[in-house]
Design a protein around this ligand. Structure first.
Ligand code: AMP
Length: 397
């Protein structure tokens, strides 16, 4: 079966067409600047060069029409419309309602709408993507795969904040966690690579990309994760603060005469390694260059980022009563041996020993610890689209 995977943002839409049997990507692409001047679709059919079409895309319905056109057109198309057997949608927030992927029906759409105030930027865009696909492909089954679902196994003491309990009861304010599809995929893959039953493993997954999170996976279940009610909590990220004292918000508001929305924008868009490096960059490639060339801001940003990762690894080792393997994934985790080394240098306390030669790996599965390391260190590239396609196939075959 050919599965179309859709990841819909407010002004962008990423897609992949995946063959469920071979698990090959038949075509992948991106619609950019939906609803904005200068919109375009960029896609790469398997075995062909990248194709870019600049064309007006006033809304997501038009974007989906163009995706279908790209997949089925005579010249560069890779399928006929009736070959697309199912569509898998990435949904950011499933609240407490969704603990696993589900086939989309009216009730599911209503439930996703109901939790939209927990992810006001993401869930409405995800819903628009679902509705546009339903319109363009009536009768094709669709599946919702939630970023939060994998983390729903966290125990109460990990997901509750030290807030008055009534806020949890009234509004569902608690830790939910994100990147769940990635944490789930990487932990399962790590167990396969290690040749062990995941039920017997204590794993820490470090998803280090532009957004970054850590999770503790014990016996295949998530028992804690660093992101919270929203993806702002936890690690220092590209432009997001991660953990800070909540009083900082009021303090900055008063000092700089800013609104809540303005401070929120600072915490989400002007902070993280971008802010710490005095706006040198949010991209670790630039920061790495800066670090090596003696740029103080770059050094400050990367060292502070790495220290926070080490702290979480320490906390999750305690939470699980030990750790068998630590997995690095996503843009930085998969590609930056430089940043991995700075993190791993802080893990002597659990007997982690880095194989520097193996640590030069980029974007490939690799064990990067020495044989005598007390904890296995590994690079496991994530593949959220494949995980979504697998769930979609399992529910629609
Ligand atoms: P992601 O959000 O997972 O796509 O990760 C994106 C981030 O990965 C970029 O902003 C870069 O900081 C980082 N990244 C990608 N490739 C490299 C690389 N070769 N070396 C260091 N960092 C990289």
């Amino acid at each position: 079966m050919k599965i179309l995977v859709i990841n819909c943002g407010s002004s962008s839409l990423k897609f992949q067409l995946i063959d469920s049997e071979s698990e090959q990507v038949i075509c992948k692409g991106l619609c950019e600047r939906i609803g904005i001047d200068g919109s375009r679709i960029v896609y790469t059919p398997e075995g062909k060069n990248k194709i870019t079409v600049e064309t007006p895309m006033p809304d997501h319905n038009k974007a989906i029409e163009l995706v279908i056109e790209a997949l089925t057109n005579k010249e560069n198309g890779v399928v006929s419309l009736d070959e697309i057997g199912a569509v898998g949608h990435r949904i950011v927030h499933g609240g407490e309602k969704f603990t696993k992927s589900v086939v989309i029906n009216d009730e599911v759409i209503k439930a996703i709408e109901d939790v939209s105030d927990l992810a006001p930027l993401h869930n409405p865009a995800n819903l628009i993507g679902i509705k546009a696909c339903q319109k363009a492909m009536p009768g094709v089954p669709m599946v919702a795969v939630f970023d939060t679902a994998f983390h729903q196994t966290m125990p109460e003491n990990a997901y509750l904040y030290g807030l008055h309990y009534s806020y949890y009861e009234k509004y569902g304010i608690r830790r939910y966690g994100f990147h769940g599809t990635s944490h789930s995929y990487v932990s399962k893959r790590a167990a396969e690579i290690l040749g062990k039953d995941i039920k017997d493993l204590k794993l820490i997954v470090c998803h280090l990309g532009n957004g970054a999170s850590v999770s503790a996976v014990k016996g295949g279940k998530c028992i804690d994760t660093s992101m919270g009610l929203t993806p702002l909590e936890g690690l220092i990220m590209g432009t997001r603060t991660g953990d800070i004292d909540p009083s900082v918000v009021e303090f900055i508001m008063k000092k700089e005469n800013l609104s809540v929305a303005e401070v929120n924008n600072i915490l989400n868009k002007k902070s993280g390694v971008f802010g710490l490096s005095n706006e040198l960059s949010s991209d670790f490639r630039d920061l790495e260059d800066g670090y090596l060339n003696g740029n103080e801001g770059a050094k400050r940003a990367v060292d502070t980022f790495a220290y926070r990762v080490v702290k979480y690894i320490g906390a999750y080792t305690a939470a699980m009563g030990g750790v068998d393997a630590i997995c690095f994934t996503a843009g930085v985790g998969e590609n930056s041996g430089f940043t991995r080394k700075i993190i791993i240098d802080g893990l002597g306390f659990i007997g982690a020993s880095l194989n520097e030669e193996a640590n030069t790996v980029r974007g490939k599965e690799e064990i990067i610890s020495n044989p005598d390391s007390k904890v296995t260190l590994m690079v496991v590239p994530t593949n959220e689209e494949l995980a979504i396609a697998r769930d979609t196939y399992a529910l629609c075959k």
